[in-house]
Design a protein around this ligand. Structure first.
Ligand code: SIN
Length: 317
């Protein structure tokens, strides 16, 4: 078993993008009425005594509430990660992020980055000013993962666990233990800075950025939801307005309301790409595409939207 001090030499570069981890509230007991993305990443790192003396660099790539994430910012973030991973003295890269679109950024980075040094995303459910602030521990854990011998791929260090970026899903809106990855479970747990690993590190898919417009002008892909009383009018309006792809957030194991299917059939006939993803909280669609509508397996609808966009851009693999 590796010791508590197991690490590889080299700098960890911490890229800041904002989020609750960098958020502040007027009162320490206020965990909902705060502003995200207020503190710079250097300030966040400087406030964690346990990180003092480690070879760390910080860079502020953005300062946003992650609900406002954009494909252009993903492009910029992936570019900066590539730059730092290519530096010989760098052991790995940590990204501080908001929790709200963490599953999307993690999936995007997993798909486009090449295999290699670890890229460890982290975040917090409580602002930095909170009595319950979880950011400092999550940041320490992320740095520990980035320095862990053999670590690699895009992973997320959060709440004492390490998740594969491709499998991450936000499953709670308030609890500190806000993430899961369905039946796959965590890759590892972090206990006192030590990693207890259950599964191998996930290699990135390495699609690259070459086919993705730098300005983030992705093809128009929307998510439509199948629900009681669903019909085709929304789909028809989207098709009429020029949508290129539709992700259907399906009921259960991939089922779609009969009223919506007719609209989707017409959309497909006019060249719109359709992909199913389950709206269930804890896992995706199991059992393949027997009914003729392709599915996104374990991806959440938001991740499936990225996947379909990448396919429409010709970046597949
Ligand atoms: C955000 O996603 O930027 C705000 C919410 C959070 O980080 O928990």
């Amino acid at each position: 078993m590796a010791s508590i001090h197991a690490h590889i030499d080299g700098t960890v570069v911490i890229l800041g993008t904002g989020g609750t981890v960098a958020g502040t509230a007027a009162a320490a007991a206020d965990n909902v009425g705060y502003s995200a993305a207020q503190l710079g990443v250097a300030q966040l790192v400087g406030a964690v005594r346990a990180l003092a003396g480690l070879p760390l660099e910080t860079e502020q790539v953005a300062q946003i509430d992650s609900k406002d994430m954009t494909p252009a910012l993903w492009h910029e973030l992936a570019t900066r990660i590539d730059v730092h991973r290519a530096r010989p003295g760098v052991a790995g890269v940590v990204v501080t992020h908001g929790t709200d679109t963490l599953e999307e950024t993690a999936y995007f980075l997993h798909r486009v980055l090449s295999p290699g040094k670890p890229v460890v995303l982290t975040a917090a459910m409580r602002p930095a000013t909170s009595l319950q602030a979880d950011g400092p521990q999550n940041l320490c854990d992320a740095v520990a993962v980035a320095r862990w011998p053999g670590a690699g791929g895009v992973v997320v260090a959060f709440g004492g666990r390490v998740w594969a970026g491709s499998e991450l899903r936000k499953v709670h809106s308030y609890r500190i233990d806000a993430f899961g990855s369905g039946d796959a479970g965590a890759l590892a747990v972090l206990e006192e800075g030590r990693l207890r690993q259950f599964r191998p590190w996930p290699p990135c898919d390495g699609l690259g950025l070459a086919q993705l417009p730098k300005d983030g002008t992705w093809p128009w892909v929307e998510v439509v939801t199948s629900h009681a009383g669903a019909g085709g009018r929304g789909v028809e309006a989207l098709v009429g307005a020029g949508v290129r792809g539709l992700v259907v957030a399906t009921t259960g194991n991939g089922t779609i309301h009969a009223g919506l299917i007719a609209g989707l059939e017409r959309a497909r006939a006019s060249g719109v790409h359709v992909l199913r993803a389950s709206r269930c909280a804890f896992d995706g669609i199991v059992g393949g595409t027997a009914d003729g509508w392709p599915d996104a397996g374990g991806l959440t609808p938001a991740q499936a939207r990225i996947e379909l966009s990448l396919r429409l851009l010709g970046a597949t693999g």
